[in-house]
Design a protein around this ligand. Structure first.
Ligand SMILES: [Zn+2]
Length: 191
């Protein structure tokens, strides 16, 4: 296109910066080139992208290729057969390890969930009670202060407990020492 040839600078549609047109050149993969030409090709095309190279690399995937990705790249010719086979071998070798790690993390998380949920519920109760007192037209100041302090205390307890949980010092469902409010009082604030 003659208009494009004369163009030396271009504005990026993502970051809005004006850059030299060379910063927008993008080498397509074989698959993308074939898609653009609507026919198989062994030559990779270069296009002028609407985004600059910096923005483009920002949006590029950062996760490692999956088995399927490797097989697709091998089929399209974007990965050399030998390279693709080596990558596939390496990935297959690592799969059991990764699966074991994922399972371990899953169970660790599962074990912690009841405590975390319970902590959140309890803190929510203190918050609810404090806000209910605060919203009253003429709140009892002593009571407001007490509820406020207890809410802060509950938050602090939760934070400390969460830190302990995260350090794995609390292994599994432990009794939660966070009950400042007596049961009766708590049910009374519920209505
Ligand atoms: Zn940009």
């Amino acid at each position: 296109m003659p208009a494009n040839q004369n163009l030396v600078q271009k504005i990026c549609t993502r970051c809005g910066e004006i850059k030299d047109v060379s910063a927008f050149k993008r080498l397509l993969t074989l698959r993308q080139s074939s898609a653009l030409l609507k026919r198989p090709t062994t030559r990779r095309l270069t296009v002028i992208s609407s985004r600059c190279r910096t923005c483009w690399s920002d949006t590029k995937r950062k996760t490692p290729l999956t088995l399927k990705d490797i097989q697709n790249k091998k089929a399209s010719g974007d990965l050399h057969t030998i390279v693709a086979d080596l990558m596939e071998q390496e990935l297959r070798r690592a799969i059991p390890e990764r699966r074991a790690r994922v399972m371990k993390e899953y169970w660790q998380k599962k074990k912690r969930e009841p405590i975390i949920e319970s902590l959140a519920q309890q803190v929510a109760l203190y918050k609810k009670r404090y806000l209910a007192t605060k919203r009253k037209k003429n709140p009892d100041h002593a009571l407001l202060r007490q509820h406020s302090e207890e809410y802060e205390l509950a938050k602090r307890f939760r934070k400390e407990l969460m830190a302990q949980i995260n350090l794995n010092n609390i292994p599994k469902q432990t009794a939660i020492p966070l009950l400042i409010i007596e049961h009766n009082e708590r049910t009374a604030t519920h209505d």
